[in-house]
Design a protein around this ligand. Structure first.
Ligand code: NCD
Length: 317
């Protein structure tokens, strides 16, 4: 459509390099996509003849499945490559894997990797569009976009909201993408967690850092609880799980410090009883299941926009 920014051919590497117009375009397109997800027959032919490879070097349930179904609902062919089943176990380099996938005529590579900067590297090596599905603790743009979509859906707008992000900020690519995206869209992001898990420099990204979790939660419109990334902890950074749950765990009492109608988010997978208590995870304030549904719509929007530039959703010519 005229006057709208185009994402055709754009590598989706992180929200730091997204403009507000680009974020708006994705969120608006995802609304149309959500209507398709709600249908009985979901498949549309929009991306027929296009191919997507999910290249995942780290475990994933929701992000990988979400990109896979997103591509399939839009009619694309989607193939999954995971580390354990690929030639990476035979010692193949990332560069060679990318070039092999490229040689098969793939249009989009959705990539998750443990190293920060892996997606940027891939975008320099390979011709297909690269979508970063998480690179180490750096960025996870589709998660940031689905968080924004979910908040906007519940609250009507992102402008002026207080969003509290609680927990393991240090290891979280979700926190980084959320901070870049939400601050661009006019929200204020407040973070709190154990001192050892708050990275230096997070203020320069635009977040307000609190020593006391109560101050971050106070009158918040949104509470986003992060998973304690047990697999990434270095010795000594993390108190015992029991102590963490006692001081930082989000339970009903802590959630009540936020606004009465505050929305509760968690990117999943949850450590129930550690960073979040089951009593709040499944309560009405929780939008955690909605996040999963919206993630699908947002990923459909991303694939659609990078591959077509945004022609009519069901136009199959
Ligand atoms: C997140 C991730 O992988 O960064 N999960 C996800 O994509 N849904 C968060 C996490 O693993 O804690």
């Amino acid at each position: 459509m005229k006057g709208q920014v185009s994402l055709r051919g754009k590598d989706i590497l992180g929200l730091r390099t997204f403009s507000t117009e680009e974020i708006r375009r994705v969120l608006d397109t995802a609304k149309e996509m959500k209507a398709i997800v709600g249908r009985d027959i979901k498949k549309v032919p929009t991306l027929r003849g296009k191919s997507v490879v999910n290249l995942f070097f780290e475990p994933s349930t929701r992000t990988r499945t979400s990109f896979e179904l997103a591509g399939k609902y839009l009619g694309a062919d989607v193939v999954n490559i995971t580390t354990s089943s690929s030639s990476v176990v035979k010692g193949e380099s990332l560069r060679d894997t990318l070039l092999t996938v490229e040689a098969m005529g793939v249009d989009v590579i959705v990539m998750r990797h443990a190293a920060e900067g892996a997606a940027v590297y891939a975008s320099k090596i390979a011709k297909p569009v690269i979508i970063n599905a998480g690179d180490g603790a750096h960025e996870h743009p589709s998660q940031g976009l689905l968080d924004m979509f979910t908040i906007e859906e519940r609250k009507g707008s992102l402008e002026g909201l207080k969003v509290a992000i609680i927990g393991d900020i240090l290891h979280s690519r979700v926190a980084r993408s959320d901070i870049w995206g939400l601050t661009k869209m006019g929200a204020t992001v407040h973070v709190a967690g154990p001192k050892t898990l708050i990275p230096p420099g997070i203020e320069e990204m635009g977040a307000v850092v609190h020593e006391r979790i109560e101050d971050a939660l106070d009158e918040a419109d949104v509470v986003n609880v992060l998973r304690i990334q047990l697999e990434r902890q270095k010795k000594g950074l993390f108190p015992s799980p029991r102590e963490y749950a006692r001081i930082f765990g989000i339970n009903r009492a802590r959630l009540s410090l936020a606004k009465e109608d505050a929305v509760l988010l968690h990117p999943g997978p949850m450590n129930r009883g550690l960073e979040i208590s089951p009593e709040v995870a499944y309560d009405t304030q929780s939008a955690i299941q909605e996040q999963v549904k919206n993630g699908l719509a947002v990923r459909m929007a991303l694939l659609f926009l990078v591959l077509t530039g945004g022609k009519h959703v069901e136009d199959n010519h």
